[in-house]
Design a protein around this ligand. Structure first.
Ligand SMILES: [Fe+2]
Length: 391
């Protein structure tokens, strides 16, 4: 077995109603001036009031910014970093989905590292040298795993690309997971973010960087998603399904922090930058088609995925059993009604060249289970345009 290092530096505090403990948690950490970052929807909700009064109730100064947007841009990140700096905050609480958490990671980094976030994006001129101010992430969706990972994905609108700042010091100090916050999530967000979590688990499990710890996390997350995502989408008030999806998302995050990702995230990141396709929608759509291409790279592990997602593989050959993983994901995509063809997104072959180019530049393509050429990526996109039953 190859040597490996498994890291999981975030303290995970998990429980229904735990968001109410944020004040006590900040006090225990010794914070004096906390800045809450969230989006306009939560900005108008009682949740922000609750979080803010819990922090202030612990005798801690608390300011907030509620205009974070999905897919944060370089400009927004730099602006919010300035607002937080002016407030003299010694810690940040990110309250929301992956976008505000990613934004908060970069904002915390820019409190102690000079310049624009653009300088620190993949291929940029600067590297993170000083420890960011601490971040507590409170996710309100179950999918990105950003509450435990090292990457902050930022959109550079001047080039229509999504890039990330990835550095271990960006990993949140605390992830406060309260599944009751997920009860009001709309169906499409539940479905698409759930597919993001599944993509993390599957891509990580078959990545060339996978190791026994990331495998254990990834496989457990897949089982939870296979058993709970349909219910969470069909009945958003089902707290048990919400709890299991919240667990799965964070566990899958721990997995891919260590094991990495693959071609699906490369394509999703390119589609996000070029077409604004939401991350979970792009992942859910591309995942089964990428698996069609990738399953030959690790038949035994794809068979494990099929079993984890509930397929009966008894009596099948290893190859047949491995292919059942692809069918399992196609079935799930159909059952939870997320887009299943690029036709649904109005993306056609004329749009493929820059998506292929962006995917080929994706840092983690190197650990995809099969080595892929630009032609291979184009074929995956063509299949995703044709749809499941075109074969
Ligand atoms: Fe993702």
């Amino acid at each position: 077995m190859k040597d490996f290092i498994f890291k999981m530096p975030t303290r995970v505090i998990f429980g229904i109603g735990k968001a109410n403990d944020i004040g006590a948690i900040c006090a225990e950490q010794g914070y004096k001036n906390v800045f809450v970052l969230t989006g306009p929807h939560i900005g108008k909700s009682e949740l922000l009031v609750r979080v803010k009064s819990s922090i202030e109730g612990a005798g801690i100064a608390c300011d907030y910014y509620d205009k974070t947007a999905s897919d944060p841009t370089v400009e927004l990140t730099d602006e919010v970093a300035g607002v937080v700096k002016a407030a003299g905050a010694d810690a940040v609480v990110a309250l929301g989905g992956g976008s505000p958490i990613d934004l908060a990671k970069a904002v915390c980094m820019l409190q102690t590292n000079e310049g624009s976030v653009r300088d620190y994006l993949f291929g940029g001129t600067k590297t993170v040298t000083n420890a960011p101010i601490p971040l507590i992430a409170i996710p309100t969706t179950a999918g990105t795993g950003s509450e435990v990972t090292a990457a902050s994905v930022i959109t550079d609108t001047s080039k229509n690309i999504k890039l990330s700042v990835t550095h271990e010091s960006l990993i949140p100090k605390i992830a406060l997971i309260d599944p009751s916050l997920h009860l009001g999530m709309p169906q499409l967000i539940t479905a698409s973010t759930g597919m993001d979590a599944l993509t993390h688990a599957i891509e990580c499990y078959v990545s060339l960087n996978a190791e026994p710890f990331s495998d254990a996390y990834a496989l457990y997350a897949m089982r939870l998603i296979g058993e709970n995502l349909r219910v969470a989408v069909a009945d958003g008030s089902n707290l048990a399904a919400r709890t299991n999806m919240a667990l799965a998302s964070t566990i899958a995050g721990c997995a891919f922090l260590n094991g990495g990702l693959g071609v699906v995230h490369g394509i999703a990141q390119a589609m996000g930058g070029l077409h604004g396709t939401p991350h979970g929608i792009a992942n859910g759509l591309i995942l089964p088609y990428a698996m069609e291409r990738n399953f030959v790279g690790n038949l035994a592990k794809f068979r494990d995925i099929a079993v984890a997602l509930g397929k009966n593989v008894e009596g099948l050959s290893l190859r047949e059993a491995a292919y059942e993983a692809v069918e399992a994901v196609f079935d799930l995509v159909e059952d939870i009604h997320v887009p299943s063809s690029l036709k649904d997104l109005d993306i056609g072959p004329e749009d493929f060249p820059p998506i292929v180019e962006g995917t080929m530049n994706f840092r983690l393509l190197a650990i995809n289970p099969c080595k892929l050429s630009a032609g291979d990526v184009e074929k995956i996109l063509l299949r995703a345009r044709e749809g499941r039953y075109a074969l």
